[in-house]
Design a protein around this ligand. Structure first.
Ligand code: C2E
Ligand code: MG
Ligand code: MG
Ligand code: MG
Length: 270
């Protein structure tokens, strides 16, 4: 299928309600508890089946559809988060990925405030994930991030270590969390350099009072390495793939047993 057809389909996808969010848990590596989830968009394409974001987010960004899609993502994620809270699920921080075009919308902060207000989600339970390429225009984005932070929203820097972020930018950004890119996590047991980088990012984060998340944990050995090096939180297929909301609650308690079964006991970990 050509790109033009895909663009045409993308234009109608919101109206036809073809987008879904899947949720991947983030765990506290010391306690094994799920502390939050990351919302990841999927597109149920009528002919091509379930598409992951790399197949359509770049196109959405080029065609300016990203603002509308991004707003849908935020509203849906906040609504889901509130629904889980109301259902008695221990409170989870809901993380939503942003595209740079969203941040630059003149009314972005107001639209986030409106969505929080509409859905009743407390701002401190929302986390916005930005990626390093956004930090190229540091002077433009710092004031926007500060406004979001002042509301009480958490900001995390995704895919840390592979982008354009200099340590200067990192110092200037008002962020609460860094997410070590999964390429480092994936190789940390095979490549001494990756292991060193992972340890250095954790140390840097802790020195600067930033929480550190490891993305893409796929094995018990990686989990133990990260626990030994006092990484705060972890996310990855070893715990769970991103799940549709209908499967999330069922999986919840099984996922919370994983660290006590396969990881280092909490008492020894800190
Ligand atoms: P990301 O924010 O870095 O999300 C992590 C990606 O890694 C997700 O891919 C997730 O499914 C995948 N992943 C999680 N654990 C593992 C693991 O253990 N191993 C491996 N190999 N992969 C793992 P996904 O869902 O395909 O999303 C790709 C990217 O698309 C995201 O990267 C994010 O940058 C972007 N994205 C996702 N949802 C949205 C959205 O709602 N809006 C925007 N603007 N971007 C989104
Ligand atoms: Mg992310
Ligand atoms: Mg990432
Ligand atoms: Mg990524």
């Amino acid at each position: 299928m050509g790109l033009q057809q895909l663009e045409k389909d993308l234009r109608g996808a919101l109206e036809r309600q073809e987008f879904q969010l899947h949720y991947q848990p983030k765990l506290d590596l010391a306690s094994g508890k799920i502390t939050g989830v990351e919302a990841l968009i999927r597109w149920e394409h009528p002919l091509q089946g379930l598409l992951t974001p790399t197949h359509f987010i770049p196109l959405a960004e080029e065609t300016n559809l990203i603002s509308l899609i991004g707003e849908w993502v935020l509203r849906t994620a906040c609504t889901q988060s509130k629904a889980w809270q109301d259902a008695g699920v221990p409170t989870l921080i809901m993380a939503v990925n942003l595209s740079v075009a969203q941040l630059y919308q003149p009314d972005f902060v107001e639209s986030v405030e409106n969505i929080l207000h509409e859905t009743g989600l407390v701002p401190s339970y929302l986390e916005l994930e930005i990626t390093e390429y956004m930090t190229m225009e540091i002077i433009k984005i710092v004031p926007i991030l500060r406004r979001l932070k002042n509301i009480g929203i958490k900001i995390s820097l995704d895919d840390f270590g592979i982008g354009y972020s200099s340590l200067f930018n990192f110092k200037e950004l008002p962020i609460d969390i860094i997410k070590i890119d999964q390429s480092f996590v994936n190789n940390c047991l095979m490549d001494l350099k990756d292991a060193t980088i992972v340890k250095a990012i954790i140390a840097l984060g802790h020195e600067l009072n930033v929480e550190v998340v490891a993305e893409g944990i796929e094995s018990k050995e990686q989990l133990i390495f990260l626990q030994q090096n006092l990484c705060d939180l972890g996310q990855g297929y070893f715990f769970s793939k991103p799940l549709p909301p209908s499967e999330f609650l069922v999986a919840f308690h099984q996922i919370e047993k994983i660290i006590s079964r396969d990881g280092i006991p909490a008492a020894l970990c800190r």
